[in-house]
Design a protein around this ligand. Structure first.
Ligand code: SF4
Ligand code: SF4
Length: 111
């Protein structure tokens, strides 16, 4: 069976800095209005008497997991440049095992 690869994003530690978005756009030369990954902001007011803000970066259909970089033995551009070190690239099975360890993580695999 072919090994599937993906991105694991630990959004508990995402600061919302948008560096992954910029790194992806520069890597792929996407024009204005096109993104390989978007950082979503989720705001909950009056959550346990406070405002809760989560940043959830999520790849779009334009994400190809930086296949040209992987072929050259490099990490995907977003993973390499993530300021918080909260993104991982790897085989989906291994990433799923990482998800066993804690919450507030999402796993992305392209179609
Ligand atoms: S893996 Fe590459 S194409 Fe996908 S979001 Fe990250 S930088 Fe963009
Ligand atoms: S670069 Fe990392 S910390 Fe910054 S928005 Fe993207 S995932 Fe979050």
């Amino acid at each position: 069976m072919k090994v599937r690869y993906g991105l694991l994003i630990d959004y508990e530690y995402c600061t919302g800095c948008h560096t992954c978005e910029v790194a992806c756009k520069q890597e792929h030369n996407f024009p204005v209005g096109r993104w390989g990954i978007k950082v979503n902001e989720i705001i909950l007011e009056n959550f346990n008497n406070r405002v809760s803000i989560d940043y959830l970066p999520f790849p779009t259909d334009l994400c190809n997991l930086c296949s040209h970089r992987i072929q050259d033995g490099m990490l995907p551009s977003c993973v390499k440049h993530c300021q918080a070190g909260c993104m991982k690239f790897g085989p989906v099975g291994e990433l799923a095992m990482e998800m066993e360890k804690k919450g507030k993580m999402v796993l992305y695999t392209p179609k």
